[in-house]
Ligand binder design. Structure first.
Ligand code: HEC
Length: 357
């Protein structure tokens, strides 16, 4: 790892090293952020739907309370107006009555009341609720396709509530929540004659909530999350860049220093090797010169053997110099006290000078 670093540091420099390490980091960070954002979005969508479901449920409870109240009274009488004509589907003898003062009243059954309440809710908040049935008495209560399929799953006992999101032509979304309406005791007053008994599913109530406002809030939330994640990403990029730059700069300095140290060590080892190799022939030559000086003094002749020793030692020194000139690699051997010197034979090309010559 260190060698690898040394190699690229020498050839590239800290800035390029930083870039080389930063690119994979950026790549990983981008993927990580992308996945995180996708996961956040998924979670937020789920949260949004469960929030809407809670709203729809609360709404449903309130509608149920008013419906049960109405059913407990077997329907309630209200004054007949153009907006509230008698219900043609309510088939009971005392549907319409006239007060002593001559005012006309008509009985409002829960389904009729629910329709009118829905109109008010729609005007106020855009919420809608609609009673549907697989066998409707009133054609107004015919379910759409999703409602029909869902009602069938209710009847088969597969589920007891269902949610979906519809997209309108204008692109706005509508959240729909459908729950079954079961026949309870007070409902039998009117529905036993349609063949229903206690606990049967008469139909369902479908609550629609426009999602514009909720979508707006959620897209704002998502944008906030994305922005904060991007800020965190940007800060970590700056941080990692700074750290990598700092470290690679320090490392390349350290490497340069090491190289200097190695160079110095090589010089010392070469000097050691030279000193070691040259010492012996030099000593011989010195001694020989001292001997010859003595001989000259006494006028004694110099022998051929002595001149041969001279020659040999000079050649030996020459070989050593030749080896030093031919150093091509760096090989050391142990010297005294743990010191190392260059192994001239191993390091020079001419391992056997006699052979070369
Ligand atoms: C006072 C009589 C009366 C009572 C009480 C009553 N209903 Fe109804 N219900 C009707 C009539 C009439 C219709 C059909 C016409 C309409 O839409 O108003 C109807 C329609 C419905 C529908 C829509 C399907 C259709 O047939 O058009 C459902 C669902 C329903 N009732 C469930 C119930 C439940 C549940 C209860 C008990 C909480 C209940 N009703 C109590 C008279 C009544």
């Amino acid at each position: 790892m260190k060698k690898f670093f040394a190699e690229i540091s020498r050839s590239a420099g800290p800035v390029r090293v930083t870039l080389m390490f930063l690119l994979p980091f950026l790549f990983a960070l981008t993927i990580f952020l992308f996945l995180l954002i996708a996961w956040e979005k998924k979670k937020m969508d789920e949260d949004q739907l469960s929030e809407l479901k809670e709203t729809a449920k609360a709404f449903f409870e309130l509608i149920m309370i008013t419906r049960i109240w109405n059913a407990q009274h077997g329907g309630v009488y209200v004054e007949v107006t153009p907006d509230t004509p008698p219900n043609p589907y309510l088939d009971i003898p005392d549907r319409d009555i006239v007060s002593v003062a001559g005012k006309k009243y008509t009985k409002i059954n829960p389904a009729y009341m629910t329709r009118q309440l829905s109109e008010i809710a729609n005007q106020r908040h855009g919420y809608k609720f609609h009673i549907v049935s697989l066998k409707p008495v009133n054609p107004y209560n015919v379910p759409d396709e999703w409602e029909r399929n869902t009602l069938k799953t209710f009847e088969r006992g597969i589920s007891s509530e269902s949610v979906t999101v519809f997209r309108g032509y204008d692109g706005s979304r509508v959240f729909k929540y459908l729950v079954p309406l079961r026949i309870e005791e007070p409902c039998l007053k009117c529905h036993s004659k349609h063949g229903y008994s206690y606990g049967d599913i008469k139909g369902g109530i479908d609550i629609s909530i426009p999602m514009e406002k909720s979508d707006l809030i959620h897209s704002m939330k998502l944008r906030r999350t994305v922005i904060s994640l991007l800020i965190v990403g940007a800060v970590s990029i700056v941080f990692v860049t700074a750290i990598t730059l700092y470290l690679s700069r320090r490392l390349s300095l350290e490497i340069e220093r090491n190289i200097e140290r190695e160079k110095l060590a090589a010089i010392v080892e070469l000097a050691g090797a030279t000193a070691h190799e040259m010492r012996q022939p030099m000593t011989v030559v010195y001694n020989l010169v001292a001997l010859l000086r003595e001989k000259f003094k006494d006028n004694e002749p110099v022998t051929k053997e002595e001149m041969d020793i001279f020659d040999d030692q000079c050649e030996r020194m020459n070989n050593i110099i030749q080896k030093m000139l031919n150093i091509t690699s760096y090989k050391t051997k142990d010297y005294i006290k743990g010191k190392k010197i260059i192994d001239l034979d191993e390091s020079s090309m001419t391992e056997d000078p006699d052979e070369k010559a």
